[in-house]
Each structure stands twice: as structure tokens, then as C-alpha cells.
Design a protein around this ligand. Structure first.
Ligand SMILES: Nc1ncnc2c1ncn2[C@@H]1O[C@H](COP(=O)(O)OP(=O)(O)O)[C@@H](O)[C@H]1O
Ligand SMILES: [Mg+2]
Length: 410
């Protein structure tokens, strides 16, 4: 029986859904590049993953972090930055937890004890009050040293440290942002010497992976705010919507074998999905992970039988329409007016007519060069369009919303 308790679809932020789709490039980057290289002592940049709301940035890194934790790596929870909160304080507190795991807090070395005290004071007082000027040290250096100590223990244990800072665009204070990025950046670029039995002393990097996630606006933070070395220390990816094939593949277990649920009588039942129903969910979601979960969740609730039907998907989606609309409107509303006008003008033109000049005219821009900056940002910073010949939409839900009746279904 389909109930709220066994519904595997989960719209909402910050959860790793049971029905997972795609993102294979990013998952394999962790499994096949980042983690193995860090474990081997090779340098790897931190990862910055940006994208419009609902594209699955937080879920992606939580999934990677969960996988890492199952392997025995030391991971922080999602360090979610609220506007006006102090990220340095949060990071310090999480590093103390990891230091404890690493056994550092029980050490007797005076140097370590003092370092822990400094980090504790940062965790309590935050960035501004943490250190009196007489101590002559910026908070970032204490955090870096803490990371280095943790990293050294991690080397001995063959484990990797994963730090996840989310909603990074919310750090609006310049000094705080640069403190944070320097603390993390100095740790991942630090070279340490280790004794390798039978080989001797070797230089290596620390096994520390840093993931920063947030809205594309983070990319606008000027070079000065982020520090000149930022791009040498962090590699940035802008997430695109999921491919239809990824969504299809994610639904296959439901279509082929059915999804196992408790039948309420101590046994198990399998909930299957008609392939036409799966196809309808794929079509309605337009590559948006959030809408995919929403469509699935509502379809699950739209009936009680062992098979999710096409009609149930449509009925469920009617319930979801208002939310789907506000999801897309939220993305549009966040855009600066120039960018929004650009998109609307682009949507009003036939796909083959979408050239920079024609879009600029359609948008009523005085000169076609005025369309340059917004179109660049929509492409490079936000990943909403592709400036090909002609221009096209990468964000398929926005395209559908601006060019058709979607999300309305008949
Ligand atoms: N790869 C994925 N496959 C299926 N659903 C996903 C995937 N990534 C995210 N989701 C779902 O999409 C919604 C939004 O994800 P979230 O990570 O909160 O987005 P963001 O952090 O980019 O705003 C959540 O309901 C989540 O379960
Ligand atoms: Mg998020």
C-alpha cells in the first residue's frame, strides 16, 4: 500500500532522496579523482558547486559526504551559512568535532592544547572577538593549523577529511569571506613531510576535500573579496538540469521490479509504475530535480493501488502545479531585471531567431551591446542559457514556463 511513510520521493531541500538521478560526473569526480588523489598525497583543488535553486547542489554534496562517511572518512555536516551568521565560528566548531574524532583533544602536547584553545575561542566568539590583537594571529591561521593537525592524523589512518560549506553566497562580509577562504585554501595547499616506511621522508599534500555550494551569485564576489588565489585553489562547476535519460534511469527500478514497501501485515509488497507514468513524470519535471521529486511524490499519493498509473501522475501533478509555478517564479524573480527581460525576449522569439541582436531588439535595449553583459551572465554564471548559434535555453523548466502553458496539463 502506498502511504506517506513509504513514499520514496522527497521534494524539499537538503535531503538525499531515495530515488536518485544522474550527476554521475560529479559523483565520479569524487570517487575517481578527488578522493584517490588526496589519499595518495597529491594536491587537488577544492570544489565549488553553484547553480540556481533546486538543482540539487546540497543533495549532491550530502550524497558524496554520506558515501565518504560510510567509508570511514571524517566529514562535517552541511555547514549551512545563514545571512549574517558567522561561518568562521561554525567551521571552528565543526573542526573541534573532527579533532575529537582524530583523538587530538586527548593529546598532552602543549602546542596542541594551545591550538585547541584558540579554536575553541573562535568557536565561541567568532571572527571579530576571537583573538586579541596581542596574540598577533588572525583566526584563519588557527583554523588552518587545526586542519593541518587533523590532516596529519588522517594521513596515518588512510582517511580523508571532507568539509562542506553550503549557501556560501550568504557570506556578505568581505573580511569574513576572505578569512574563510584563506583558512581552507592554506590547508589544502599545505605541503607536509611524512615518513614512509622503506622509502624515507616524502613531501605530500593533506587529505582534505573542501566542497563549497551555493547560488551563482557567489561567483560575483569580486576577486578581491575571494582573494587572488581563489581560482587556483577552487574549481567551480555550475550545475545544469538533469538529463531526461537520467530521470528515466532513476525510475527504472519502479517500472521494472517495483519498489519494496511494507504491506502493513508484516510482509512486503512491491509498488510498480507504468512506463507511460514514468515517461509523464520525466516530461513534467523538465530536468529539475525538485520538480521530479514533487511529481513523483504527488503521483504516489494520487492512488492506493500497487501500480502507479499515468492518470495518477497527471492527477498528482495538478496538485503540484502551484508549487511548480512558484518554484520557477522564484528563480525568475531572483534575476536582475536586465537578465529577466533578456530571457523573456528570448522566449518570445522563434528558436531559430534567437540571436543576440534580435533578442536585444525584442527586449527593447537601446543598443545591442547592452545585451552583452546580461547574456554572458545568464550563460557563464547561471547556466540558464547557452550562447550558441542561435542562443538556446539550458534551464528547461524556465524555457517551458516562458514559452508554453507548462506547468498546466490538460
Ligand atoms: N540527483 C538528484 N536526483 C533526484 N533528486 C534530486 C537530485 N538532486 C536533488 N534532488 C532533489 O531536488 C530537491 C532540491 O535539491 P537541493 O539539493 O535542496 O537543491 P539546491 O541545494 O540546489 O537548492 C530535493 O528535493 C532533492 O531531493
Ligand atoms: Mg541547497
Amino acid at each position: 500500500m502506498r502511504t506517506a511513510l513509504n513514499n520514496p520521493f522527497q521534494p524539499g531541500s537538503d535531503v538525499v532522496p531515495e530515488i536518485w538521478a544522474g550527476r554521475t560526473a560529479q559523483l565520479s569526480d569524487w570517487r575517481d579523482v578527488l578522493r584517490p588523489r588526496l589519499e595518495a598525497g597529491l594536491f587537488e583543488r577544492g570544489r565549488t558547486i553553484l547553480g540556481e535553486p533546486g538543482l540539487g547542489k546540497s543533495s549532491l554534496v550530502r550524497r558524496i559526504a554520506n558515501e565518504a562517511e560510510r567509508q570511514g572518512d571524517w566529514v562535517t555536516p552541511q555547514i549551512r551559512i545563514a545571512v549574517g551568521s558567522d561561518p568562521i565560528k561554525r567551521l571552528a566548531a565543526e573542526l573541534l568535532v573532527i579533532a575529537d574524532k582524530a583523538g587530538l583533544s586527548t593529546g598532552r602536547e602543549t602546542r596542541l592544547t594551545r591550538l585547541l584553545q584558540r579554536v575553541e575561542s573562535i568557536a565561541i566568539n567568532g571572527v571579530s572577538l576571537a583573538l586579541s590583537p596581542s596574540e598577533g594571529q588572525e583566526p584563519h591561521s588557527a583554523l588552518t593549523e587545526m586542519l593541518v593537525e587533523i590532516g596529519r592524523v588522517a594521513i596515518g589512518r588512510g582517511t580523508v577529511v571532507l568539509i562542506h560549506i553550503d549557501e556560501i553566497q550568504n557570506i556578505d562580509d568581505e573580511r569574513t569571506l576572505s578569512q574563510l577562504l584563506i583558512a581552507l585554501g592554506d590547508a589544502i595547499t599545505r605541503i607536509v613531510e611524512v615518513d614512509v616506511p622503506g622509502v624515507g621522508r616524502l613531501e605530500r599534500s593533506l587529505p582534505i576535500a573542501v566542497y563549497l555550494t551555493g547560488l551563482p551569485e557567489f561567483d560575483e564576489a569580486s576577486g578581491a573579496r575571494k582573494g587572488a588565489t581563489f581560482t587556483r585553489r577552487f574549481a567551480t562547476t555550475v550545475l545544469a538540469p538533469l538529463e531526461d535519460d537520467d530521470l528515466r534511469t532513476a525510475l527504472r527500478p519502479l517500472v521494472i521490479d517495483g519498489w519494496e514497501v511494507a504491506d502493513g501485515e508484516g510482509g512486503f509488497a512491491r509498488i510498480r509504475m507504468q512506463s507511460s507514468a514514468a515517461e509523464a513524470i520525466v516530461d513534467l519535471s523538465r530536468g529539475e530535480p525538485f520538480l521530479f521529486q514533487l511529481a513523483g511524490q504527488k503521483a504516489w499519493y494520487a492512488g492506493r493501488g500497487d501500480v502507479i498509473t499515468y492518470d495518477e501522475v497527471v492527477r498528482g501533478w495538478r496538485e503540484a502545479q502551484a508549487e511548480a509555478t512558484s518554484h520557477v517564479e522564484r528563480i525568475l524573480d531572483r534575476l536582475p531585471s536586465r537578465e529577466r527581460e533578456f530571457l523573456e525576449a528570448m522566449a518570445d522569439l522563434q528558436p531559430s531567431d534567437r540571436t543576440l541582436t534580435k533578442i536585444a531588439t525584442e527586449a527593447g535595449f537601446a543598443k545591442s551591446t547592452d545585451a552583452g553583459p546580461p547574456s554572458q551572465r545568464l550563460d557563464r554564471v547561471r547556466g540558464i542559457i547557452t550562447r550558441g548559434k542561435p542562443y538556446s535555453f539550458r534551464h528547461r523548466a524556465l524555457e517551458a514556463f516562458l514559452t508554453s502553458d507548462w506547468p498546466d496539463v490538460e
